[in-house]
Design a protein around this ligand. Structure first.
Ligand code: UD1
Ligand code: CA
Length: 453
């Protein structure tokens, strides 16, 4: 039997007060609905259907890279109506798992268990017990067995006291859905086609309805406004912090780290406060990261120290490097072992060889720097002539004096020396000294101008 997932994402999300469709609001840097899609992928669903309505085009465009089936729900006539829009594309002998685009923290294990339990004779439903069940559909049990779901607005006084509620997430046979959904009526307090009415239909058909519960209620919390979204975000980040600490990182404050992507770490890592990790970041053993660093899609080798306020993007850093404070490593930066990039240094498409130092106030772009090079303070590689980018190469052991401009394309030989304040526009040979600045003049007894009266 195949498993097909239906994700409901047609609602407007009025309470977000946003031009962006609700399900595209990011959690940990990724649209809420993408979290649900990723969980569905983890259970190896054979097909994932997304029901869209409000902002359908934008949702489809944003998720275009996923292998998804789209069902359009022009008017939001209820959750039962929404699921019905996906049914024509679903194999009748499959198990259908229903999830929600605005309930992002649902875990793959929870979904897998629901699917496992569902068959021709069993519908599996995810429920939770809430201290305050207001707003949710209530689970009606008779002698312990689930017999129906009653929505808040349709519930009696006695039913409103029930604190076991419907999460909406369930696994059920497609054949049965095909049988039940066309018979739903909108004859209820909200005038909607309620998916929840299928529970009583299942019981009527002699099926068992079994309840399962998520490990944490946060898994089934939806985000209807930005405040709820922020609560989900904080919970998610706490989980990430716990995971990192378990894996061998010391966090100066587990409440002040944000992981927006995949962060892979070794052991004995220290991460100071307010660091943000974006995309795929991998950090080897014994790395120390100072406060306020932003690291995106980068690899950091063992023993490297990244000091406060450094920003790395698409950078590859080898072992025992020393970065920052206030360094900016832009895409294509590659540091070899023990390279140093100090304060107010910007690098882009720059290879910096083993043991080389670029310590202060420098721009290195489109450059290939060898080993044991010293780049003095204020050095600029002039890589752009207004139209084209050109490359600077610097050989092993070269010494670039402070405040030099290296006008690319240009090659500096190995062990060459550049005098401070030079503007170098021609190649410099190995072991040459090159000085390109105006000669110093001396005028004896110089009289300063005086103020005219
Ligand atoms: C639904 C359940 C309720 C449950 C609650 C959990 C029904 C009738 N009620 O109520 O038992 O406790 O979820 O949060 O199912 N959607 C569509 N198309 C529609 C209607 C809804 O795509 O026509 C989507 C919404 O975008 C949303 C989800 O389905 O993601 C739930 O819809 P919502 O209107 O919020 O349902 P609730 O009234 O909260
Ligand atoms: Ca809801």
């Amino acid at each position: 039997m195949t498993t097909e997932v239906v994700i409901l994402a047609a609602g407007q999300g009025t309470r977000m007060r946003s031009k962006l469709p609700k399900v595209l609001h990011p959690l940990a840097g990724k649209p809420m609905v993408s979290h649900v899609i990723d969980s569905a992928k983890k259970i190896q669903a054979d097909a994932i259907h997304v029901v869209v309505g409000h902002g359908a085009e934008q949702v489809q465009q944003t998720l275009a890279d996923n292998d998804l089936h789209w069902a359009i729900q022009q008017q939001q006539l209820g959750t039962g109506h929404a699921v019905a829009q996906a049914m024509p594309a679903i194999k009748p002998d499959s198990t259908v798992l229903i999830a929600y685009g605005d309930v992002p923290l649902i875990a793959a294990e929870t979904l897998a268990k629901l699917v496992e339990a569902a068959n021709d004779k069993t519908l599996s439903l995810l429920t939770v017990h809430l201290e305050n069940p207001t707003g949710y559909g209530r689970i009606i049990r008779t002698s312990g067995a689930i017999t129906a779901i009653v929505e808040q607005k349709d519930a009696s006084e006695a039913q409103l006291l029930i604190n076991e509620v419907n999460t909406g997430i369930m696994a059920v046979s497609a054949a049965k859905l095909n049988q039940w959904l066309p018979t739903l009526s909108a004859n209820n307090a909200q005038g909607e086609y309620y998916l929840t009415d299928i529970i009583a239909m299942a019981v009527n058909d002699g099926m068992a309805v079994i309840a399962q519960h998520p490990q944490s209620a946060m898994q089934v919390e939806g985000a209807n406004n930005r405040s709820q979204l922020a609560a989900l975000e904080r919970y998610y980040q706490q989980q990430q912090a716990q995971r990192l600490m378990t894996a061998g990182a010391t966090l100066a404050d587990p409440a002040r780290i944000d992981v927006r992507g995949q962060l892979t770490i070794g052991e004995d890592i220290f991460i100071d406060i307010n660091c943000v990790f974006i995309g795929d970041v991998s950090i080897a053993d014994d790395v120390t990261i100072g406060p306020n660093c932003v690291i995106e899609n980068s690899t950091i080798g063992a023993g490297t120290v990244i000091k406060a306020n450094s920003v790395l993007e698409n950078a590859t850093v080898a072992e025992q490097c020393d970065i920052g404070p206030f360094a900016r490593l832009r895409p294509g930066t590659v540091l070899a072992n023990q390279a140093k990039v100090g304060n107010f240094v910007e690098t882009k498409k720059a290879i910096i060889g083993e043991g080389s130092k670029v310590n202060h106030l420098t721009y290195i772009g489109d450059s290939n720097i060898g080993k044991e090079v010293n780049v003095g303070a204020g050095t600029i590689t002039c890589n752009y002539d207004g139209a084209n980018k050109s490359t600077t190469t610097i050989g092993d052991g070269a010494f670039i004096g402070s405040n030099s401009s290296l006008v690319a394309p240009v090659n500096i030989g190995s062990h060459a020396t550049i005098g401070a304040g030079s503007t170098i526009s021609g190649d410099v040979g190995d072991r040459q000294l090159s000085v390109a600045r105006s000669k110093q003049k001396h005028i004896d007894g110089w009289k300063r101008p005086t103020k005219k009266t």
